[in-house]
Design a protein around this ligand. Structure first.
Ligand code: AMP
Length: 213
């Protein structure tokens, strides 16, 4: 099954994608994580992308479309995948169609802006494996280090309050219209993203089981 997770930054796409990946044994592809890794290792793509991500702006379509094309060609995507953070614009959604990728479901995790702002301040990430936690809603076992590899958790640079505001504006202007794009072909489903992490996972798995039938 090929699934797209939609939702504002901080809606819980990464957290939920990780859980659904484990349940259905399909990889999660996060353009944000690929870009962060490229910035960390200083590749030409990372160096070019840095100026956009630091301000909360979207990286140009042709760059992320290239990333996705290359990643989806990997063997591990043959039985399905979850896209977390792609597509984020209508041209990106169209590019996916043009690649011949069949989208089974676009699942939007719905969270109000004021809740997002509160969440982003508490988000902590593992720079090594990319796992995401929240100081209040989804803490790691000791609250300080990653459960998977013991790396000290950090606050993402683009989770700073002024950057969050700009990312939300970008989301409403450029990404939200994608919901209409997938709704028009009957692929859109929504879940309430303001519930507990476990309840949201349950709701998502129920939607996926329904679609898979
Ligand atoms: P994320 O981890 O999904 O919140 O992505 C972090 C940042 O990477 C975003 O704020 C953008 O600057 C960039 N990015 C990730 N995915 C995309 C995309 N599909 N299109 C454009 N920029 C992206």
């Amino acid at each position: 099954m090929n699934i797209i997770f939609l939702g504002a930054p901080g809606a819980g796409k990464g957290t939920q994608a990780e859980k659904v990946s484990e349940t259905f044994k399909i990889p999660t592809i996060s353009t944000g994580a690929i870009i962060r890794e490229a910035i960390k290792t200083g590749t030409p793509m990372g160096t070019a992308a840095k100026q956009y991500t630091e301000k909360g702006d979207l990286v140009p379509d042709e760059v992320v479309i290239g990333i996705i094309k290359e990643r989806l060609a990997n063997d591990d995507c043959a039985n399905g995948f979850i896209l977390d953070g792609f597509p984020r614009t209508i041209p990106q959604a169209k590019a996916l169609d043009e690649m011949g990728v069949k989208v089974d479901l676009a699942l939007s995790i719905e969270v109000r802006d004021e809740v997002i702002v509160e969440r982003m301040g508490g988000r902590r990430v593992c720079d090594k494996c990319g796992a995401s936690y929240h100081t209040k809603y989804n803490p790691s076992k000791d609250g300080v280090t990653c459960d998977k590899d013991g790396t000290t958790l950090t606050l993402r640079k683009d989770d700073a309050p002024e950057v969050v505001k700009s990312r939300l504006e970008t989301y409403h202007a450029q990404t939200e219209p994608i919901k209409e794009y997938y709704s028009a072909c009957g692929k859109l489903k929504t879940v309430d993203g303001e519930n507990d992490v476990a309840k949201i996972t349950e709701a998502i798995i129920a939607v996926l089981n329904e679609i898979g039938r």
